[in-house]
Design a protein around this ligand. Structure first.
Ligand SMILES: NC(=O)c1ccc[n+]([C@@H]2O[C@H](COP(=O)([O-])OP(=O)(O)OC[C@H]3O[C@@H](n4cnc5c(N)ncnc54)[C@H](OP(=O)(O)O)[C@@H]3O)[C@@H](O)[C@H]2O)c1
Length: 220
């Protein structure tokens, strides 16, 4: 499958590593340009591209950059993507350490991924936001393994969500349907499922136990 990855840091880099290992055709972009990605492309066989080129022909486009930088993404970001492409959003809002205060999230009642959708002009599927980047490399397990970790996946577009869930299964993790993007506060930072390394039943329980109120550490 052709996959575009916007962001080549902890998460984007490790997704590039795993997806190329699985045989996918990965294009990867960062903010500084393809010439700064030679180490990653030499290691993985992925193609370094500009942000504007990342989605071309892609069935899945991963947006994995700091939330505060999402509004900087260019118009026409998804021009040339494959029909029915899915956008996978791994983002989190860290108002204190990184992103600064975003009023529309704090006061406007928007989930972090709904806010991201408004910036990029396309529905997203939220996944991997509570996953340690290193686990993408270290913790994949075959389907049916009792130790296999599960990830919550939220999104409004059923077909896009299914596409992402199948890809995550291929990457070595179970998934739990965490509802739509308006429900995705259940997996945001500070919730019980955030950073949880457990299987399907525990992930479902943690999603059920979440509170919609942002915890103090994640308020701006
Ligand atoms: N780290 C984790 O374990 C983890 C886990 C789950 C979710 N997340 C979330 O996933 C997202 C990515 O986290 P990360 O830890 O992978 O970030 P990171 O290591 O800081 O890497 C960020 C990447 O985004 C790129 N970038 C920044 N602004 C950009 C722009 N305007 N256009 C294109 N690329 C841009 C950076 O490129 P340059 O270096 O060229 O600027 C860099 O490659 C964040 O929202 C984070 O909260 C992280």
């Amino acid at each position: 499958m052709k996959i575009g990855i916007i962001g080549a840091g902890n998460i984007g880099g490790n997704l590039t590593r795993r997806l190329t290992t699985l045989g996918h055709d990965v294009s990867v972009a960062n903010s500084r340009g393809p010439e700064t990605l030679t180490a990653l492309t030499a290691e993985t066989g992925a193609t370094a591209v500009t942000v504007q080129e990342a989605a071309r022909g892609a069935e899945v486009v991963v947006v994995t950059i700091p939330l505060k930088n999402v509004p900087d993404l260019p118009a026409g970001l998804f021009d040339g993507a494959a029909d029915g492409f899915a956008v996978l959003d791994t983002g989190n809002y860290y108002p204190r350490e990184r992103d600064g205060r975003i009023d529309a999230i704090e006061d406007g009642g928007l989930t972090e991924s709904r806010w991201t959708e408004l910036q990029i002009g396309h529905p997203v599927v939220k996944a991997f936001n509570g996953t340690y980047a290193q686990d993408i490399l270290d913790r994949p397990l075959p389907a049916g393994d009792p130790e296999r970790l599960a990830l919550p996946v939220a999104g409004d577009d059923a077909a896009a969500k299914e596409k992402v869930r199948l890809l995550i299964d291929e990457l070595g993790f179970d998934t739990v349907d965490a509802g739509g993007i308006d429900d995705s506060w259940r997996q945001q930072p500070g919730t019980p499922v955030y950073g949880l390394r457990e299987g399907v039943d525990s992930v479902k329980k943690a999603l059920d136990e979440a509170s919609p109120e942002r915890t103090e550490a994640f308020r701006g």
